[in-house]
Design a binder for this molecule. Sequence first.
Ligand code: 2HG
Ligand code: ZN
Length: 457
Amino acid sequence: MAKCEVRGNDYDKSFELIAAGARHIFDSFECAIQAIAPVCEHCKCRVIGHGTEVAGVMAACSRQGAAVVPQGGNTGLVGASVPRNGEVLVSLRRLAAIGEVDEAIGQVTVGAGVTLAALQDAARAAGQDAALDFGARDSCTVGGVVACDAGGARALRHGTARAHVAGLEAVLADGSIVSRLAGLTKDNAGYNLPQLLVGSEGTLGNITRVRWKLAPLLAARVAALVPLQTAREAADLLRALRADAPSLESCDFFLDEGLELVLEHQQRESPIKDRSPFYVLAECAAQSDPTEELAAALEDAGIDDALIADDTASRRGLWTLREGHTDAINAAGVPHKLDIGVPLRELDRFIDAVPGAVEQAGAERVILFGHLGDGNVHVNVLGADPDDERPDEAVLELAIKCGGTISAEHGVGVAKAAYLERARGPAELAAMRAIKRALDPQNLLNPGAVLAVTREP
Ligand code: 2HG
Ligand code: ZN
């Protein structure tokens, strides 16, 4: 356990000391310290753990000119929640209160530290649905989800995290608190600060509470795993499903090489006998059983070999093939992780061109999977030196050439910050920097994330 430098409940004094360089607050913060001490031991950053005092911490840090990295579940993939230069780590995980679900309007206020799974459970218990889901659900937190505008498989129907933010509370760089938690559907009085904070990755404020918009619970579900030959066929299938299956909720994809990795990693047999190069995993959700609707849509699209899963266990079985990609890839090596998005009409061009581009950039292997409905491809490059930027450069360049984005749902963080100007152009980047300067003139909030540190005049 690390050395204790500050004791007692005098928070204000403690915050001043932390900001001034003391490394830990112990005593009444024991739980938090236990949770975060290993991180601290490893990276030697300064750590605090009492989330409810975020405003006090920020005010003290602002007075001392100490930089801060806000952290939720630390499940991000672009390095945005990890201190890099001795910043104070503000862990928001203990802000884990879940308010009462307002069933009439379909909203709930939750602390930033509530996990996505806990939000889903609370919504379900009230007959509602959080309407956002992805593999890291058990450890990612709502604050982090909102801070990086996470998406996941169900964004096709329900939008990304942004669409679920009816308001939020955040602590700004000077320690002031902005709070819009009334959850008004119509409220156009002034700039929409909450929406500006969505996707800002901790660079404009510490999100402490979120007013989350729920959706009606659609308990009748069916999934289908469809073997296909090409990305073009997949895009055609999506078009057909969107037209003929209004209950379509998600439409993800993976390739046979990824499936093979997952099967090996999970030590299971392929549920598909006749393997093919490309697979689409679609799920429909409705008030009443959508199986017939999905089956008819598949038949009209000329599909006769889909694997249909109409009970919870078999649906989960199919989704673990898709969601198991991250772990299976990690077990195969240290991947370069890219998360690009392209317009659907360009998807097959991108997917066809990526392996060649990556190989030319000196990498051995690329695994592609993602969210077909959003044109969101997770490109995991294996067999490249961790510091070799050439494969990343090649993939991001290709995405931009296809009219796409360098970050679809994982965020920019520090990993992609150097590419932001190329993706957004100088005018947009200058506007972003102006916003950052206005809200955080000392550059204390997550410095170097999203906006690369430059020597500005
Ligand atoms: C997913 O869709 C996540 O499974 C993670 O966004 C993607 O590991 C990845 O590249
Ligand atoms: Zn994803």
